[in-house]
Design a protein around this ligand. Sequence first.
Ligand code: GLA
Length: 735
Amino acid sequence: MNKVLCMAFGVSALFSPSIIMAETVHVSTPKTSLVLEATNGDPLKFVYYGNALTAVDMESLKAAGIPNFNAYPVYGLWPEKEAAMSAVHADGNMTLDMAVSGVKTRKDADGSEVTTVTMTDRVYPLTIDVNYRTFPGEDVIETWTETTHNEKGDVTLNRFMSGYLPVRRSDVHVSQFYGSWANEGKLEEAPLPHGVKMIKNKDGVRNSHTSHGEVMISLDGKGRENEGRVIGAALCYGGNYKLMFDTDDSDYHHFFAGINEENSAYHLKKGETFATPPLALTYSEEGLGGASRNFHKWGRDYRLAHGNTPRKILLNSWEGVYFDINEEGMKQMMTDIADMGGELFVMDDGWFGVKYPRNNDSTSLGDWTVDTNKLPNGIKGLCDAAKERGIKFGIWIEPEMTNSASELYEEHPEYVIKAPKRDAIEGRGGTQLVLDLANPKVQDFVFNVVDTLMTKYPEIDYIKWDANAPIMNHGSQYLTADNQSHLYIDYHKGFTAAVERIREKYPDVTIQACASGGGRANWGVLPYFDEFWVSDNTDALQRIYMQWGTSYFFPAIAMASHISASPNHQTNRIVPLKFRTDVAMSGRLGMEIQPKDMTAEEKEQTRKAIEDYKLVRDVVQLGDLYRLLSPYDGKGAASLMYVAPDKNDAVYYWWKTEQFVNQQLPRVKMAGLDPDKTYVVTELNRVDNEPLPYEGKAFTGRFLMSNGLEMPLSHNVDWNKRNDYASRVLRLTAK
Ligand code: GLA
């Protein structure tokens, strides 16, 4: 609930939109408080962000000492300080001087509440609304701004951050995520230095291959999993972003996050509104894990498409057949996944193109017509085949892209992003080009790709939406010469408009955000997507690290995690099926393999594993995550668990990450259980000849959280099945 305390601390009143003399704004969630001072005619001041405040604390808050910083600093009168917004007025004046002119609140259809503080320039007809959104039962606050003006001519926005937060002085650590294609979501934690630390993206299309637009800020030195104060911040935006910490001479760490303004100056017309994407913030005193759980719950409840609907277990065709699509092959894969207990088959790249059949990655994107040489009975034939086998059917598309070798490009060369007077640089396959989503006709085209498929084949249950190129050739053939700097921003406005239309018409279809693997793991796109492909790298060992980092902000239900072949196609590593399965089972389980190449024994093992996963699917996908032993700590093992909200069911994962003889591994204490409940242990996906000593035994949550269970370092299997890997999945059921 948001409360505006009027005129003085401690005088609590439920706001009404007409209150414009409000002084203290208290944006509150069940466990957190954000406090601002909004006195009419004065700058908006930041007062506090942290644990929920009582009326007593609110009354004395100022006396305790508060920082003297504006809540949304603007550029101009104090230019030596970093600012969240800078603008050039129509008459060339480069300064902003904003004062509070009103506070109002509203309730939105989803039950969330928005508090808006309006700031008006003291001289110019320009306003900035600073917004804070809270959600019933969630400890996440979203903040963003909306700028509008009535000047005689355009106002040029040169910086437009979504939000600013003075963090605190002293020993603050930041956890960030970095990586590359096939190595996404890697975790790094470091203390904040003096000066500037910046995390940014300039890909244009995808934004989580390299750095991520999210950070965990541990306020008391090195972050701990289940204790300590942590602020989590996620910029909810699919495009170029910038997260910046400026530690200035005040020793304060100033945090800014928003759209990356580089090469993106925005010319705002009179009466037009520039809205920044939301910056989602959480605060937890239960450490990094607490902040993650807050994000997961808020995401599932309010942001992820179908966030509380357990996902189907699928087989995706890519690593099984790559471009070698044909009807018999697809049907065989469908039979195999259905036999193993799967629920969905997804046909990946290679099914389309008439004049230019898609046999490799150098042609056909844009020509979304089925290739009947490969699929004589078309998509309909495959939908029917899936139905016969009792499973659903899904399909791969990459609607934002084309190849210069395509009918689309021949008909509409004006659709692509390209700088005037220059030949276009081409991407994947030597011919890939990005469509200009700033152009409404391209937005229609993208909408129609999905609309045509879904109209013709309403049985399609799942779409894998890919995006395999960055913006190359900065240039829009649609935007005017003086608005070329709008391209990065208008691309994402166009993208959002297209996916919004798709979601309006097709609310039920499951859509995966894939972008050369994990390029679209971001809360800005997930409202339109059900999940994302974590990485094109399916190697189970490396996935432990990638999924660990990704879990800081994203719930398991959104993380597509597939069992693939051994040797692995990306790393060539030979990993036993048990280990590959145990890693995939910790996310949204699927397969990325040619089942024809599996032995009958492997298929049977997988069938049983899928059966076991179904027992805990709700706990994994809808439960609370507790990270127990980090692979990044180099202790030779990694471990995590999920606990159902009622704490009656839990699933524990343990994977050996290093293989050295007689290397002693730490015994892992569990977390998140009810200390007073008694849990019975059952091993899932068991391959050992003998059950574990604690199979079927009961322990209190208190014991498991103080002591954990000893994990054998290897599997008790026949000689010819021995290998250097070990992993365990244990189900804990309350008696
Ligand atoms: C990208 C995706 C893969 C696969 C291929 C198809 O690389 O990340 O999963 O769909 O495209 O070309």
